[in-house]
Design a protein around this ligand. Structure first.
Ligand code: NAP
Length: 250
């Protein structure tokens, strides 16, 4: 008999995370989305899933705060049961600038949200999924970026470096838990139409750079969500430690 499928999608209130939460619900997962500030958007995603006949919940939790992450996973334990899938999607970037302008507060914010947050959520997932801890296995997908290999000069090298750390988390953790029933993979989006670019000070960034993308267009959140949900599924049963670029050839 197929187990109950239960997914946690961090940063599920908007953009790629919201698209992933909706698609996972359509694929039969009960979904918990975590968000940082935007409760209304998070509630709208839950309502959309419920209207579609799915089951979802939203938890306000800053993934960079250990107590919030513990509270997030506890809430899922209580309402849905043993988590089977984690999408480490929450991520931020800050205003475009060169490295010589970046201060320690900014670097700490970026690395805390993107790297510490993903580690903490992965830790809580492994504690529940690993056969070593009495769990029944599961799948983790981390959301990195092609910035990890491009470096994002003159824009946000801090963000790019934080995504390179996510790639390494993927490769290392995949090996660490491969024999314990957990697959860990990573999706690296290219330039996708979401609100993240406004945080960098350039809401129209995707249209500015699209002529440099071999497919000559930006991507849609759904195109990333499909890769994420596929990697979570049994269709990807022999994949672990993989970094999958979804970037129109970039
Ligand atoms: P987005 O539209 O800006 O949405 C970001 C989401 O993350 C929101 O749901 C936000 O919650 C949440 N979030 C941010 N910091 C958080 C924290 N500390 N704790 C919990 N939730 C937090 O971003 P997006 O473009 O969909 O990006 C999603 C992921 O894809 C990120 O990891 C990003 O780096 C990656 N990515 C995006 C692109 C792109 O072109 N869009 C390209 C490569 C990689 P609130 O709504 O409450 O603020």
């Amino acid at each position: 008999m197929e187990r109950n499928r239960i997914a946690i999608v961090t940063g599920g209130s908007r953009g790629i995370g919201a698209a992933t939460a909706k698609l996972a619900a359509q694929a039969g997962y009960r979904v918990c989305i975590a968000y940082r500030h935007r409760q209304k958007e998070a509630d709208d995603v839950v309502s959309a899933i419920e209207r579609d006949g799915g089951e979802a919940m939203a938890v306000g939790a800053d993934v960079g705060r250990e107590a919030d992450v513990m509270r997030l996973f506890d809430a899922v334990d209580r309402r849905f049961g043993e988590v089977t899938a984690l999408v480490n999607n929450a991520g931020i970037l800050e205003r475009q600038m060169r490295v010589e302008e970046m201060d320690a507060e900014r670097l700490t914010r970026v690395f805390n949200a993107n790297v510490v947050g993903s580690f903490l959520c992965a830790r809580e997932a492994v504690r529940r999924m690993s056969t070593r801890h009495g769990g029944h296995g599961g799948a983790i997908v981390n959301v990195s970026s092609v910035a990890a290999r491009l470096g994002s000069p003159n824009e946000y090298i801090d963000y790019a470096a934080s995504k390179a750390a996510i790639d390494t988390l993927t490769v290392g953790l995949a090996k660490e838990v491969a024999a314990e029933g957990i697959r860990v993979n990573c999706v690296r989006p290219g330039s996708i139409y979401t609100e993240i670019h406004a945080s960098g000070g350039e809401p129209g960034r995707v249209d500015r750079v699209k002529s440099r993308i071999p497919m000559q267009r930006g991507g849609e959140a759904d195109e990333i969500a499909r890769a994420i949900v596929w990697l979570l599924s049994d269709e990807a049963s022999y994949m672990t430690g993989s970094l999958v670029d979804v970037a129109g050839g970039l």
